[in-house]
Design a protein around this ligand. Structure first.
Ligand code: V47
Length: 375
C-alpha cells in the first residue's frame, strides 16, 4: 500500500490510534505518496465521523473592510482613507443579513477589518440587532485578532471584551487570523497582527468562557514544512487543554492583489496534502473542513476521501478570497452541496454551527418552521 517506505511506521501508529510527533509530521509533508497519506487520513476520518460529510446553510457578513493592520497576505483590508473602502451602517448590515434568509440560514459568519474608530459598543449593538431580527440564527463572530484589537482599543482585558460580546449575542467564533504561528513568518505576512501566542491565549480565554471556536492555518506563502507542523502541534496542545476547537480549516494562500502577488498559487497536490496531514496530526479536533470557496468545489469533493468531513456552507457572498483572486462562485445552494457530497459516496448531513443535526422535514409544510435543531 505504501510506495514511500518512510510512511510505513507512521501507518502502523495511525492504525493503532497513536499520536504522531513533530518529526513524523514533517515526514508526512516531505512525502509525495498522496495515496498513502489519503488512506491513513481516511481511516482516521471514518473512525471519527463515519461516512458523514457535514455542511451548513450560512451567510457571511463583513461589516467593514477598513483595516489598520495592512497585512501583506491580505487583499481585503483597505486603508482608512482609501475611497474604495466601505463600512456598513447597522441598518445596512442587518439588511445584508436578511438577504440570505430565504434559504433558512442557521449561521451568520461575521468578520471584518480592524477599524480604527468603530467602538466595541457599536459591534455589540450590531450583534444585538441581529439577534433581535433573526433570533434562531447562530452568530459566529470575530476572529481572535479582532478580539485582540478591541481589547487594545478599549483597554479592557480579553476576557472582558469576550464577555461583553457574548452578552450581546456572540455564540461562537470563527477560526481566522491564526495564519502560521512562526514569528519569522508573521513578520513577513502579517507583522501588525497579534502574535501566535496571543492568538492561542485569546482562544483559551474564549474556550474557558464556554465559547467554541474553529481554527485555521494559512499555508502556501513563505512558511516551511516545520512551521506548518509546529502550528498544528500548538493547536493540538491547546485542544488537549480546553477541547474548545470544533473544526480545523487549512486555508490556501491566494496571492492575487496582495503585496505577495509573486508567490505561486498552491497546487492541488499541496491542498489535498494539507487536508490529509491536518487530519492525521490533529487527532483531538473532531472536524476537518474542506472550505470549497478556497479549494474549489471540485477539490473539496475529492478532499472528502482524504480526511475532510465538512464542506462549510452556502456562504452567499464572500469577499476575503474573492478580493484575492478566487475564481469560485460566491455561493452554493444546499442542493449543490449535497450533490458534491453524495457523488463522493458520503452521506450529507446538514449541521448547525455546533454540529447538531438540522431537520428540515417541516420546512415545506410550514416555512416559518424552516428548521429544527436535533439534540
Ligand atoms: O484569517 C486572508 C485568510 C482568513 C487571504 O471558522 C487569506 O468556519 C488566502 O478564517 N489568501 C479568513 N487566505 C477566512 C477564515 C474562515 C473561512 C471559512 C470558514 C471559517 C470558519 C473561517 O482567510 C483570514 C486569513 O487567514 N486570508 N487573505 C488570502 N489572500
Amino acid at each position: 500500500m505504501f510506495s514511500d517506505p518512510r510512511l510505513r511506521p507512521i501507518g502502523e501508529k495511525v492504525a493503532a490510534g497513536q499520536r504522531l510527533n513533530f518529526d513524523e509530521g514533517v515526514t508526512l509533508y516531505r512525502s509525495s505518496d498522496i495515496l498513502a497519506l489519503g488512506q491513513m487520513a481516511n481511516l482516521v476520518r471514518e473512525r471519527i465521523n463515519g461516512n458523514q460529510t457535514f455542511y451548513n446553510v450560512n451567510r457571511h457578513i463583513n461589516p467593514t473592510d477598513v483595516c489598520v493592520a495592512q497585512c501583506k497576505l491580505c487583499a481585503f483590508g483597505k486603508q482608512v482613507r482609501d475611497p474604495d473602502g466601505y463600512t456598513m451602517s447597522h441598518e445596512q448590515a442587518w439588511e445584508v443579513a436578511g438577504k440570505g434568509y430565504t434559504e433558512a440560514v442557521t449561521e451568520f459568519h461575521i468578520v471584518g477589518g480592524l477599524h480604527p474608530t468603530l467602538t466595541l459598543d457599536w459591534y455589540c449593538d450590531l450583534l444585538r440587532g441581529l439577534k433581535q431580527r433573526f433570533p434562531a440564527v447562530h452568530l459566529k463572530a470575530f476572529t481572535m485578532v479582532e478580539i485582540g484589537y478591541f481589547s487594545t482599543r478599549t483597554k479592557l482585558s480579553i476576557r472582558q471584551v469576550l464577555e461583553k460580546l457574548k452578552d450581546a449575542g456572540m455564540d461562537s467564533m470563527p477560526g481566522g487570523g491564526a495564519e502560521v504561528f512562526s514569528e519569522r513568518v508573521r513578520r513577513i505576512i502579517c507583522d501588525h497582527k497579534i502574535d501566535g501566542s496571543q492568538w492561542i491565549d485569546t482562544a483559551r480565554e474564549a474556550h474557558k468562557l464556554g465559547l467554541h471556536s474553529n481554527c485555521t492555518m494559512l499555508y502556501g506563502h513563505v512558511e516551511s514544512e516545520e512551521d506548518r507542523v509546529d502550528h498544528l502541534l500548538k493547536l493540538r496542545e491547546l485542544q488537549d487543554e480546553t477541547g474548545g476547537f470544533q473544526t480545523f480549516i487549512p486555508l490556501a494562500f491566494h496571492p492575487a492583489n496582495t503585496p505577495l502577488h509573486h508567490v505561486p498559487v498552491t497546487s492541488g497536490f499541496d491542498d489535498i496534502k494539507n487536508i490529509a496531514i491536518s487530519r492525521l496530526m490533529l487527532d483531538n479536533i473532531p472536524h476537518i473542513k474542506a472550505y470549497w470557496i478556497m479549494m474549489t468545489p471540485r477539490m473539496a469533493q475529492i478532499a472528502q476521501r482524504f480526511g475532510a468531513d465538512d464542506l462549510d456552507g452556502t456562504v452567499v457572498e464572500e469577499k476575503i478570497y474573492h478580493d484575492a483572486g478566487a475564481t469560485t462562485s460566491q455561493s452554493l445552494r444546499r442542493e449543490e452541496l449535497t450533490r458534491l457530497i453524495r457523488e463522493a459516496g458520503r452521506e450529507p448531513v446538514e449541521r448547525d454551527t455546533l454540529y447538531r443535526k438540522v431537520d428540515r422535514s417541516q420546512m415545506a409544510a410550514s416555512p416559518e418552521a424552516a428548521f429544527t435543531i436535533l439534540v
